[in-house]
Design a protein around this ligand. Structure first.
Ligand SMILES: Nc1ncnc2c1ncn2[C@@H]1O[C@H](COP(=O)(O)OP(=O)(O)O)[C@@H](O)[C@H]1O
Ligand SMILES: [Mg+2]
Length: 240
């Protein structure tokens, strides 16, 4: 169980995450939605120690991220698929991550296969499409064979085949007992495979519940319509 408890974060005078609490359950896929600037990426960054909360905490079966004995073997995160050295080959990119996380380099070819990049291992990342970078970034997150996957907008840049692959991969991961936390702007797509849904606006929690409960809020309407209604008054039209 992952518990996000009263998390808050301000940049300057602006509160971007505001007393946010929710839980992630093993074996389930939790979707994370809300308008641009709602604080989703900031929340995810705080969950893995990349941003420091002003208040609140995140625990993994009771332990904070900093207390995890093997973070790379516990949680795999993709927060920015564009953050890759363009001159490196895909395989060398993964070898570097493996070395940093004290993970066996033998995993590199396995995860390249898992994400469908078997033939691209020797190619420079600089020549990759955004979709290929998303796959490679997910490969990096899988290196430590973690039981938690956290992906920030992984569907961005994926073609229809890639989106289907992502859905299958996440579903298999959760079916095997893993915990998945995935943000997405593609609410209709998320509705096809998420079990739980966390909706935020202006850094605040709007709902956190099984997706079927959210759908029951307005029977007959699509999840997309319901979420847009829930968040309409919070939309801020920022460039985030
Ligand atoms: N490092 C930062 N410094 C200042 N403002 C930031 C920083 N990171 C995010 N923000 C601001 O925090 C708000 C929430 O951003 P973000 O967490 O990226 O939202 P989302 O992922 O939901 O679109 C935005 O207004 C964004 O501009
Ligand atoms: Mg974001």
């Amino acid at each position: 169980m992952i518990t996000v408890s009263h998390l808050s974060k301000s940049y300057g005078r602006r509160t971007v995450v505001d007393d946010l609490s929710f839980e992630l359950v093993a074996g389930r896929i939790t979707g994370f939605v809300g308008p641009n600037g709602a604080g989703k990426s900031t929340t995810m960054r705080m969950m893995v120690g990349l941003a420091r909360p002003d208040a609140g905490r995140v625990t993994y079966d009771g332990a904070t991220f900093a207390e995890l004995a093997h973070p790379a073997r516990t949680i795999g995160a993709v927060l920015d698929a564009r953050a890759m050295h363009p001159g490196r080959s895909a395989r060398n990119h993964l070898r570097a991550i493996a070395a940093l996380g004290s993970l066996p380099s033998g995993r590199v070819d396995e995860v390249l296969h898992t994400v469908g990049l078997d033939d691209a291992g020797g190619q420079r990342v600089g020549g990759f499409s955004l979709g290929m970078r998303q796959r490679l970034a997910i490969a990096g997150a899988l290196l430590g064979d973690p039981h938690i996957l956290m992906l920030d907008e992984p569907a961005n840049g994926l073609d229809p085949d890639g989106i289907r692959w992502l859905r299958t991969m996440l579903t298999d991961f959760a079916t095997a007992g893993g915990t998945v936390f995935v943000s997405s702007h593609f609410i209709a797509e998320l509705a096809t495979f998420a079990d739980d849904l966390v909706v935020v606006g202006n850094g605040r929690l709007i709902t956190a519940e099984p997706l079927v409960r959210t759908l029951e809020r307005d029977p007959g309407r699509t999840l997309e319509d319901i979420v847009l209604d829930l968040t309409r008054h919070t939309a801020r039209h920022t460039a985030a």
